[in-house]
Ligand binder design. Sequence first.
Ligand SMILES: [Ca+2]
Ligand SMILES: [Ca+2]
Length: 326
Amino acid sequence: MRSRNLLKALPAAVLAAVASLAPTHDANATAYAYSFDDIFNLVVASTPAGAVDSVAANSQASATLNGSGVSTQDNTPITEPGRASAFDALPSQVGIALANNTFGPQAPGFPGVLPGTNFARGDSIINQTAINPLPPFNLINPSTRAQNVAEANVNGGNTAGADAGNDSSTQLTFTVGAGGATFSFNLDADPLMRVATQGVGESALARLAVGITITPVGSNIPVFIWAPDGLAGGILGGVETSDPFSLNTQISQLTPGSTQYDPAAGHFAANTFVLPAGSYRVDLGMTERVAVISPAAVPEPATISLLGLALAGLGFGSRRKKVAAS
Ligand SMILES: [Ca+2]
Ligand SMILES: [Ca+2]
């Protein structure tokens, strides 16, 4: 009895001992992801010129690192007296402390990572709105600029995960008169995404999204959907006139190496078909997301083979002892 218990306990003990002594790969490997988008010169216009009934916006950011998360947002009504027409979430960050609206990548150059550092962060701001900030909320003046960043970096050699994200969204409602109206959207965009991993088993993901929808008030079925994808089409209820590259895409790195998405700034434009009389809501949204994983160190394949031999040896020994005892 005593001998059998000892034998049953041994493989686990051997496993633990060998694992603790085993050389590990990826001990200093790092996974990194960065997603940034800058939407500027955004102008919403209607023909005939109209006014909106209400406007709201939300700038928010969030980040988590190894299960510890934070989030921030700013959705103060634009009609607040004396308030500039900006919505500016404070940075959400874990493991790093950067000034509000630090949008540049923290890893140097491309491909870049930050060895020894674990952090996740998100930040966002809507600088202006496409609607005058005071009644009667006229469209067109001034234009909007919105910037979002999500960035995360985790070091290898331990179990770590991080994700960061942020959203900027603006909703406005307007009433179209008896003659109907056509809306146009013009914007410039300059995104940048980077992902890099150094070790086997690590992963890094970055993605971005930009979308505009128009939905009749009281309905949940949009009559206009536009998500620039760099291709002809990808629009419902209107016509795309400029869509030079995708604003709804992602990059990932699942083997050691790096990938970058860095188109030159481009202009995007589309307009709706004639919208009949009624009340509508416009949603303008942009999102950045990153996720990085650097798994716990694992034994080298060669070590696993040695461990297998050791366990096989133990099994062989136990059988011999049983034979000898019977
Ligand atoms: Ca901010
Ligand atoms: Ca398109």
